[in-house]
Write a protein that binds this ligand. Structure first.
Ligand code: NIG
Length: 374
């Protein structure tokens, strides 16, 4: 076995899985006996992708909005209400089926852990239903009642509803709370109120921030100890300093940046400043209608200036850090003894092929907790 320390690539290696966990890693020639054996035949084995930012509980699509954007219009958060209307009128059974289909699509491309958010309900009953569906359908569920202030409702009244009855209703189903802290969505003060109430209810914090322009999202996330601030397209020097000094992960969403024709998040600058960076798909019908993590990784390499190793790490371990699941027994996002056996076998000899052959179907097999799912 040879080890490339810098890239942490093992060659001629074997992994032994027992009870859904990784039990042994070492030279293939010295591997212990096992009941079943899979010969990777020189192909690359990666940790499964950890997709730490999606919005899968929705019905309807927004093709017309996308076409308008490609014709020159810019993205505005108002389209969220279109999806809210389609989602509210869908049956629970239909929404569960849609989420399951989207999870299958993600798995087929190597994703083994998925976070998803509410945020297309925007009233107590609909948010509670979305939270219940999210909790049953994915691995980490996040409350995003503070996604948009519904038209005709006073913003402060809505924030009170989010922090009170809505939070109480979703609380049994979610482990995270998120807020869209952006001009046109929630102000700094409103965002702080939502996140403070969520923290008091025992939820971990996440923030959508600095997507549409410079603003307060990143610094608020760091100040409140949020696990992640997502989007980060507009990062000032003060934002960068705050992230570098804090523990909040900067999650970049390359597919969203392309689909909204936004300036790409400065992932290279963030990494160079020592910030932990995650890559996620942000699968949703408005800004990023894809769950393809290979596409996001390829874009991060080809367009954002990350090395393949940095991009793969950000889409695996980075996502695990952003979800607080990178350590201890049952950790995800890396191939290490004691971690969950969430594995992705590429139909390629190295991860470099993800960027070298973008858009190609390179997933050969996927295991979750040691069970083959693709
Ligand atoms: O992460 N930015 C806010 N939320 C979603 C988009 C939601 C929508 O437009 O439907 C995002 O990009």
């Amino acid at each position: 076995m040879t080890v490339d320390d810098e890239e942490r690539v093992l060659r001629d290696a074997a992994v032994v899985v027992d009870g859904g966990r990784i039990a042994w890693i070492g030279a293939a020639a010295g591997a212990p006996a096992a009941d079943d054996r899979v010969d990777a035949d020189g192909r690359a084995l990666l940790p499964g992708w950890v997709d730490s930012h999606t919005h899968l509980v929705f019905d309807g699509d927004r093709t017309a909005e996308f076409e308008a954007r490609m014709a020159g219009q810019s993205y505005a958060a108002g389209g969220i209400a279109v999806t809210r209307d389609a989602t509210r009128t869908a049956s629970e059974e239909r929404l569960r089926g849609l989420v399951a289909a989207r999870v299958r699509e993600a798995r087929a491309q190597g994703t083994t852990w998925i976070e998803t958010k509410t945020g297309y309900g925007l009233d107590v009953a609909s948010e509670e239903r979305s939270a219940r569906i999210a909790a049953a359908g994915v691995d980490d569920a996040t409350f995003l009642g503070a996604h948009l202030v519904p038209a005709g409702i006073d913003p402060d009244d809505y924030v009170r509803e989010v922090c009170g009855p809505m939070l109480d209703a979703v609380r049994p189903f979610v482990t995270w709370a998120d807020v869209f802290c952006e001009r046109g969505a929630f102000t700094l003060e409103q965002s702080r109120e939502v996140l403070t109430a969520a923290a008091a209810a025992g939820l971990g914090l996440r923030v959508h921030g600095n997507q549409l322009g410079h603003g307060d999202g990143i610094r608020l996330a760091v100040e409140l100890g949020a696990a992640s601030v997502d989007h980060c397209n507009f990062v000032s020097d003060a934002d960068l300093d705050a992230l570098a000094a804090g523990d909040t992960v900067a999650t970049v969403l390359p597919a969203c940046d392309l689909s909204t024709r936004a300036p790409l998040a400065p992932a290279r600058r963030l990494l160079d400043a020592g910030v932990e960076v995650a890559i996620a798909s942000n699968c949703n019908p408005g800004t990023s209608y894809t769950s393809s993590m290979p596409f996001c990784v390829a874009t991060a390499v080809l367009q954002m200036g990350l090395t393949v190793h940095e991009a793969v790490r950000a889409a695996t371990r980075g996502g695990a850090v952003a979800l607080g699941r990178d350590r201890g027994a049952g950790a995800i996002g890396s191939i290490a003894v004691g971690h969950r056996a969430d594995l992705h076998l590429l139909d390629a000899p190295s991860a470099t092929h993800l960027a070298y052959r973008p858009g190609m179907p390179l997933t050969a097999a996927v295991w979750r907790e040691g069970s083959r799912v693709v």
